[in-house]
Design a protein around this ligand. Structure first.
Ligand code: ADP
Ligand code: MG
Length: 241
């Protein structure tokens, strides 16, 4: 597996506070990589730097071998990087279907495309994400788990090669966590690399092939999930031992 996305020596400060210090990390093509770490350890800051919504103070981001550090978010989306937001922000008054039509039209068809074709693609995505029955419902009326699914579907509408999922399972019940995991499994089975940020250890263990742990803006451990949960540095940083 070759490196699909790589960050090299990434640092990011907010004022005098170093949220990320010299982070180097890669996501391989088709890989399922887990990113863990306590609240405030820099996980969202790191993916913001990958997606281009935040500029690093130092370091570079490469995608498919190309330095994309200077590219704005929409250009990175077109190259194949999609991310979900920790707090989903759909267009609440618009239908679930229309919430997907927009990214399909602008990312896949670049503002062109036929209405019927875009609609068919949006319907297919909804079916895949278990939201077909909600197509006509305003997004503001969705339940928490449905909102998370819509957020992931919206990211997948761009047909990415890498999906970055930022705590899509936080606050969900155990069976809802399984529903979201099933969706991520299906995305992965299509060959899309998935970077999953998650606090729920069971989900992390089931999904990830490899796990990276951040603490206070630095990578403190990296390895197979079964080794990571036993790693003393991880237990200290993450589990508070
Ligand atoms: P995580 O996602 O791991 O919980 P974040 O990346 O959101 O952590 O935040 C890492 C640290 O950087 C936190 O201390 C947070 O308060 C700080 N931080 C994040 N974004 C900003 C910002 N825009 N301005 C100032 N500080 C920020
Ligand atoms: Mg976060």
């Amino acid at each position: 597996m070759h490196d699909l996305l790589a960050v090299r020596g990434l640092s990011r400060s907010f004022g005098g506070f170093k949220a990320l210090s010299d982070v180097s990390l890669s996501v391989r093509s088709g890989e399922r990589l887990g990113l863990i770490g306590p609240n405030g350890s820099g996980k969202t800051t790191l993916i913001n730097c990958m997606a281009g919504t935040l500029a690093p103070s130092q370091g570079a981001v490469l995608f498919d071998g190309q330095d994309i550090s200077a590219l704005p978010p929409h250009r990175r989306t077109r190259l194949g990087i999609a991310r979900s937001f920790q707090i989903p922000k759909p267009f609440s008054t618009m239908s679930v279907l229309d919430n997907l039509r927009i990214p399909i039209e602008y990312v896949v068809h670049r503002g062109g495309g036929h209405g019927a074709e875009i609609e068919a693609q949006a319907q297919a995505l909804l079916a895949k994400f278990g939201l077909a029955a909600k197509a006509g419902v305003p997004a503001g009326q969705l339940s928490q788990v449905e909102l998370r699914k819509l957020e992931l579907a919206r990211a997948m509408a761009a047909r990415p090669r890498l999906l970055i999922s930022d705590e899509a399972m936080a606050g969900l019940s155990s069976s809802e966590v399984d529903e979201v995991l099933d969706i991520l499994d299906r995305v992965s089975a299509e060959g899309v690399a998935v970077l999953m940020i998650e606090h729920i250890m069971r989900a992390m263990m089931r999904f990830s092939q490899r796990v990276v742990c951040l603490e206070a803006g630095r990578i403190v451990a990296e390895g197979a999930p079964q080794d990571i949960v036993r790693d003393p540095r991880v237990r200290k940083a993450y589990l508070g031992e």
